[in-house]
Design a protein. Structure first.
Length: 368
């Protein structure tokens, strides 16, 4: 399947199956499981996988474009789709053939839905918080204990990826909601992104066999470098879809309105910044897919994209005026979705911490 054909099919599925559900997803916490499975069925998660793995080999940039199409209608569902795509990316990159054989094809094709429990890991490795899961080696694998907060796209029959700490080392693995010792604990109600099946996960003496290990401790440092840029770039797909939605609202509100000309962050300015960001995203995604990630540039772009998403959502609210303050307006939802892009791991403050550690202040900054 070509890129153009895939994106056409995704756009049609979004319009017919997702768009009618958006209000219930946002306001009632509906989880669009059937849509996600259909998206997988048409190749919506397969771009990062090779043909031998059961994927389409269209690449990471195309996977980002798929997430953008979903986000044009619903940022929450784009986030759930990102969770699935991120897990597929981890499995595509693993050096361990058995865990790839066991799970990747099903994740790529949406037969199994998947999450990514890597927020705590990424923050821990950046020196922001303690690691929440601890492991010990036992015969045939590992025993894991702890509580992991804020993991999304979960369910009793879902799987997800996470890590556990062994002293100064780490192991990354697949587990699932049906595993003995795993409990899904409901989270407090969010102001947005409710339809994402987000839970805390409790691990009580959970056995992880070696066959489910994505990266053994001796592989972990090299492996995490191979996935980090792709993990972050995929998130730009969520923000890109939200920005598309905001630009559409701005364009619609501009019809017949002269007063909107007095506002900052107008359509042309935002769209110019957006096109710059999209072009750079494709370049960096192609590099990551070739296993030549550019982490510093990726972090800079992700921060710039978060600010652009916030600017676009606020601008849409101001351009729309009082009509955008109605609960029936998508504009108020876009404001909450954009805030999520700015605070989901890695949040803006997290990005700035890592960027400051990788660059000299003021040298070669990328902005949009």
């Amino acid at each position: 399947m070509s890129r153009e054909t895939l994106l056409k099919h995704v756009a049609e599925l979004v319009q017919t199956k997702l768009k009618p559900l958006v209000e219930d997803i946002d306001r009632k916490g509906l989880y669009p499981e059937a849509f996600l499975r259909e998206l997988g069925g048409i190749g919506g998660f397969a771009a990062a996988g090779s043909e031998e793995e059961g994927g389409s080999a269209l690449g990471l940039a195309v996977q980002i474009e798929v997430l953008r199409e979903v986000g044009k209608a619903c940022g929450a569902t784009a986030f759930s789709a990102w969770c699935q795509a991120a897990c597929a990316w981890y499995l595509h990159q693993t050096p361990n053939a058995e865990v790839k054989r066991r799970y990747l094809s099903d994740v790529l094709n949406g037969r199994v839905l998947a999450g990514t429990g890597m927020s705590n890991t990424v923050k821990h490795l950046a020196g922001i918080e303690k690691h929440q899961l601890q492991a010990e080696r036992i015969e045939g694998g590992y025993r894991v204990n702890g509580i992991l907060p804020w993991v999304s796209n979960l369910g009793d029959n879902h799987i997800w990826a996470n890590t556990a700490q062994l002293g100064e080392e780490y192991v990354m693995f697949i587990t699932g909601g049906c595993r003995e010792g795993v409990s899904l604990i409901p989270c407090p109600e969010f102001c947005g992104l409710e339809g994402t099946r987000t839970f805390a996960i409790k691990f009580e003496n959970v056995f992880v066999p070696n066959e489910d290990v994505i990266a053994q401790p001796e592989q972990f440092e090299t492996y995490i470098k191979s996935i980090k840029a792709g993990f972050i770039l995929l998130q730009i797909g969520i923000g890109a879809g939200i920005i598309d939605g905001c630009l559409a609202e701005i364009a619609a509100s501009n019809a017949g309105s002269e007063t909107n000309d007095f506002l900052d962050n107008g359509y042309d300015e935002l769209n110019n910044r957006f096109q710059t960001a999209l072009s750079r995203t494709i370049e960096l995604a192609d590099a990551a897919y070739r296993n030549e990630p550019e982490l510093l540039e990726t972090l800079r772009l992700r921060e710039a994209a978060a600010w652009l998403c916030l600017d676009a959502a606020q601008s849409a609210a101001l351009h729309t005026g009082a009509a955008g303050y109605l609960m029936s307006s998508p504009v108020q939802r876009r404001v909450r979705e954009a805030m999520f892009v700015a605070i989901v791991t890695p949040a803006i403050k997290h990005l700035r911490k890592e960027i400051s550690e990788l660059e000299f202040i003021g040298e070669g900054e990328f902005s949009i």
